[in-house]
Design a protein around this ligand. Structure first.
Ligand code: AMP
Length: 117
């Protein structure tokens, strides 16, 4: 059984967060350290630690992340100009919280896809 992260507490509303959308499959809330004018995390309610843990039975909820991302982008007024969706996986992907999540970033022109290091 994977270990819960702070995101499970946010989903259950046990700690404060700025939730913008929630249904039986996913929860979306504003990132605590926004990297763009709009920076929202869209998270499956079910704990899936990383993309590497995804199975076929997760396909419905993972597809739903995109439907919800598109809806939130429209609600936030950034759909027309465009935005970026990012899912980081483990160390090289820069994943910090091991509860799979999609970043929705927009509200300004975003930089390069990958920063050279
Ligand atoms: P990642 O690096 O893809 O794992 O992204 C984790 C994201 O979670 C970072 O952008 C953090 O700023 C964000 N984050 C961590 N804790 C919280 C929190 N309590 N509420 C909202 N966002 C958070």
């Amino acid at each position: 059984m994977a270990e819960e992260t702070i995101f499970s507490k946010i989903i259950r509303k046990e700690i404060p967060s700025d939730i913008v959308y929630q249904d039986d499959k996913v929860t979306a809330f504003r990132d605590i350290s926004p990297q763009a004018p709009v920076h929202i995390l869209i998270v499956p309610n079910k704990l899936i630690p990383t993309v590497d843990d995804v199975t076929e039975e997760d396909e419905l909820v993972l597809g739903h992340l995109f439907t919800v991302a598109a809806k939130i982008a429209r609600d936030e007024g950034i759909a027309e100009d465009g935005y970026r969706l990012i899912v980081n996986c483990r160390k090289h992907g820069g994943q910090e919280v091991f509860h799979l999540h999609m970043h929705l970033l927009g509200g300004r022109r975003l930089g390069a896809m990958v920063v050279k290091k």
